[in-house]
Design a protein around this ligand. Structure first.
Ligand SMILES: Cc1cc2nc3c(=O)[nH]c(=O)nc-3n(C[C@H](O)[C@H](O)[C@H](O)COP(=O)(O)OP(=O)(O)OC[C@H]3O[C@@H](n4cnc5c(N)ncnc54)[C@H](O)[C@@H]3O)c2cc1C
Length: 387
């Protein structure tokens, strides 16, 4: 196993920060270079659901990776609470997919098959059971599937906790340090990075963890990484705690109830480049979908709306591993809709691999030079606005 390597981690989201923390614990000398402020982009904006929206649509290799990552959450949570005192409110309040007469897509059979194959406990609820479990759900509901062990985390708090753990353990972060390009030696090996201001920082290894921006940063150095932003808008509402009990996912929206009565309603899927800002039309559509599922939430207070850029990929899967033609260059990017769920697993596997330990999960399907294979159901959406 290697040690004492200088490693530059480009990007201070959940992926870059957690990987840097684990690299440090393995004896490397990482520094996180962040263009702006740590943890303010996708990792802040996301909903924190610890389960892909429709996991049965993904290849099995993805489920293995997700399962590996989710199994690390309880220990990560306990450890961060103990060392930093920050509670990211990780909890298993369950996921419910209700069924209504005019649903666009019916997932029941595929979901049940997938759950049985991968041993995710699931219950089939009839209308009455559904209304007992979710007393304020619309009386039009016909039934539901319920996964009692699906969890959530408040990702901004998770980031704050990881950042504090990094400070406590002496892992350096340089904010306001945009990386403009990579530096290579004569044999193509990575030598470091150059910042926008011209400063060159040398290192034996560089990890690209710049989320939605990894694609353009790679391209600036001749690297083909088809990662592009997929904008998601979210609206936060506030009601009594327990008004909604489960994470609820339906055709047009999902609800993520926090313990204090805040309910996060997400999220649009828009391929509009790096266009920031929320739009009235999309937020109204999210609210309409919410009220249809839970009419009682019409009385909830609208607190805030925001957006973020998911690091999207054509096949919906992250890029994880070394760049073969550039020794020392690694990628952990493109986590798309699942970066919070995948963060502990990605960080653990990539940090160990960078230090010479072969990953215990098969990461072949996530290799950086895999063929481009767009998957309509889980990859990039059409280049139009849609909720
Ligand atoms: C609306 C929405 C809902 C989501 N819901 C969920 C969910 O429920 N569950 C889930 O698991 N995931 C969810 N996600 C996805 C998840 O948030 C992302 O996959 C994850 O946060 C990606 O983390 P990251 O660290 O790769 O990217 P980011 O958090 O975007 O971090 C990348 C960092 O790199 C920095 N950077 C960029 N370019 C440079 C440069 N040149 N130099 C230096 N720094 C640079 C950026 O400033 C940024 O801080 C959601 C995302 C959105 C937007």
């Amino acid at each position: 196993m290697k040690s004492n390597e200088r490693v530059i981690v480009v990007g201070g989201g959940i992926i870059g920060c957690l990987t840097a923390l684990y690299l440090h614990r393995l004896g490397a000398r990482p520094v996180v270079l962040e263009r702006g402020t740590v943890g303010q982009e996708s990792s802040w904006a996301g909903a924190g659901i610890l389960c892909p929206i429709h996991p049965w649509l993904y290849p099995d290799s993805f489920t293995h990776l997700i399962n590996y990552s989710l199994a690390l959450y309880p220990d990560l949570h306990r450890e961060l609470v103990a060392t930093t005192g920050i509670d990211s409110q990780w909890r298993n309040n369950g996921l419910m997919i209700p069924f209504f007469a005019d649903d666009r897509v019916h997932h029941r059979d595929a979901a049940l098959r997938w759950s049985a194959r991968f041993q995710w406990p699931v219950e089939q609820l009839d209308r009455q059971q559904c209304c007992t479990q979710e007393p304020t759900i619309s009386p039009d509901v016909e039934g539901a599937l319920r996964w009692p062990e699906v969890g959530q985390v408040r990702n901004p708090r998770l980031l704050t906790a990881v950042r504090k753990a990094m400070a406590l353990e002496g892992v350096p972060i340089r904010e306001q340090s945009p990386v403009a390009g990579l530096q290579f030696g004569g044999r193509g090996e990575v030598r470091g990075v150059v910042l926008a201001g011209g400063e060159v920082i040398e290192a034996e290894m560089v990890l690209l963890a710049a989320g939605s921006w990894s694609g353009e940063l790679g391209a600036a150095s001749g690297l083909s990484l088809p990662i592009e932003p997929v904008k998601g808008q979210i609206v936060l509402i506030k009601d009594e705690p327990e008004r909604v009990r489960h994470i609820i996912k339906h055709d047009n929206a999902y609800l993520v109830p926090r313990v204090d009565g805040h309910i996060l309603v997400g999220a649009s899927m828009e391929r509009v480049g790096f266009q920031r800002g929320t739009t009235r039309e999309t937020i109204d559509a999210l609210l309409a979908a919410t009220w249809r599922m839970h009419p009682a939430l019409k009385q909830a207070r609208i607190v805030r709306e925001w957006m973020g850029f998911r690091p999207g990929t054509p096949d919906g899967m992250p890029y994880l591993g070394p760049v073969r033609e550039h020794a020392g260059l690694w990628v952990s990017s493109g986590h798309y809709r699942n970066g919070v769920a995948l963060a502990p697993g990605s960080a653990e596997l990539i940090s160990r691999w960078m230090m010479g330990v072969q990953p215990e999960v098969d990461l072949h399907d996530f290799r950086v030079d895999r063929p481009l294979q767009p998957r309509a159901a889980i990859g990039l959406p059409e280049k139009t606005n849609a909720t």
